[in-house]
Design a protein around this ligand. Structure first.
Ligand SMILES: Cc1ncc(COP(=O)(O)O)c(C=O)c1O
Length: 377
């Protein structure tokens, strides 16, 4: 028995949910990465207390929150950083843009694909060039293609954006892979952004999350690590995140001056982050159990459809499904006609794939998988 409720279907209609409002009410949305589960009771209670207090002025991280994060990084990531290394932000997409913004004019940014769509758009938003480098897949696992990465390097290459654990493939890179990435970054004198937002959603018992800056101190000085409780504790709409940047000069250049570019983290954002990290662990463990069950449901459905295939994710609540054998131009558009909204591979730099978010009650997932199967019959 799961001590927390991950089975009740909560009606999100008319709540301003982007996931649900983006499509007609009869469409089942499993596209964007937020969960259909309520956040943990400990967070809801903390937010209730903040509402009762009633003042939502400009906020800053309490010392207690900073200490909590430093302890968390030390115990879970084996990473000793200082309070001043943390830069609090309302979101990590903002951080991707801040990182790209500080590159010289004409700079090129390497992005292994498939990639979380804002990885692909942050460079053009900041008038830099995105270089897509396809990952390799042997049918059992996705990994970075180091030959292709090296071949893509030019004198203008300035940044590699890494996602670990990887959205959308669900890969959790091993220590050996991370050491290779560190070597590549060092050898080519690049800046590294390591987006680790999914690091607390490890599904595979044999996978362990490693923060690259923690295991490769030699590249910590050129690394911006991005973290947030928002995926794990379903806080995307509250907006709370932080970067870890050990290099003081890099941190100074990354951090917008005078609070005149990026809004403060909201007061509820800080409250939710602190409650999540202080009290959320039992709920997180229960969540993982549910997500493993849900993932198995997706795997079984995909196995039963000869024209679909997937490699089970080691982390995240996202299934990356290869639909190329269907021979459809746009599988996601086709599934939408069958009232199922999935993430379209074309936005991830990978036509022919779809992404399914399986962080929802099992009955919702079952319905989504039925629609998926019906759409390709
Ligand atoms: C890898 C990755 N980075 C960042 C984000 C979004 O971060 P935020 O909502 O803090 O901007 C997501 C959301 O799905 C993600 O998967």
């Amino acid at each position: 028995m799961n001590p927390f409720d991950f089975t009740t279907v909560i009606d999100r209609s008319n709540t301003g949910s982007w996931k649900y409002e983006a499509f007609a009410p009869d469409v089942l949305p499993v596209w964007v990465a937020d969960m259909d589960f309520r956040s943990p009771p400990c967070i809801l209670e903390a937010l209730h207390r903040a509402v009762d207090h009633g003042i939502f002025g400009y906020s800053t991280a309490r010392k207690e929150l900073t200490t909590l994060i430093l302890e968390r990084l030390a115990t879970r990531h084996h990473w000793q950083v200082k309070a001043e290394d943390l830069v609090f932000l309302p979101g990590l997409v903002t951080a991707l843009n801040l990182a790209t913004r500080l590159l010289p004019e004409g700079a090129e940014v390497l992005i292994p694909t498939p990639a979380y769509p804002p990885f692909l758009t942050c460079a053009p938003h900041q008038h830099k060039t995105a270089i897509h480098v396809p990952m390799s897949c042997d049918g059992k696992s996705w990994t970075l293609d180091f030959d292709a990465l090296q071949a893509a390097v030019t004198p203008k290459t300035a940044l590699l954006i890494l996602c670990n654990p990887h959205n959308p493939t669900g890969r959790s890179f091993t220590q050996v892979e991370l050491l290779k990435i560190a070597h590549f970054v060092e050898k080519n004198n690049l800046l590294l952004v390591s987006d680790e937002i999914h690091c607390d959603i490890m599904l595979s018992p044999s996978a362990t999350h490693h923060s690259i800056a923690a295991i490769c101190p030699e590249i910590a000085a050129r690394t911006i690590t991005l973290l947030s409780p928002s995926k794990t504790f379903n806080l995307a709409g509250i907006g709370c995140a932080f970067a870890v940047i050990e290099n003081a000069d890099l941190r100074k250049r990354f951090t917008p001056p005078n609070d005149d570019l990026v809004p403060h983290v909201s007061q509820p954002g800080y409250v939710a982050m602190e409650a999540a990290y202080r009290h959320g662990e039992p709920w997180r463990q229960a969540l993982i159990k549910q997500l493993r069950d849900n993932c198995r449901m997706v795997e079984e459905t995909v196995k039963a459809c000869p024209s679909l295939s997937m490699i089970p994710p080691e982390a995240t609540y996202l299934a990356w499904i290869d639909c190329r054998a269907l021979g459809l131009d746009d599988p996601a558009a086709h599934m939408l006609q069958h009232k199922l909204a999935v993430g379209s591979g074309k936005y991830f730099g990978a036509d022919g794939f779809i992404r399914i978010n399986f962080a929802c009650p099992p009955v919702t997932l079952k319905e989504a998988l039925n629609r998926l199967t019906a759409s390709i019959k």
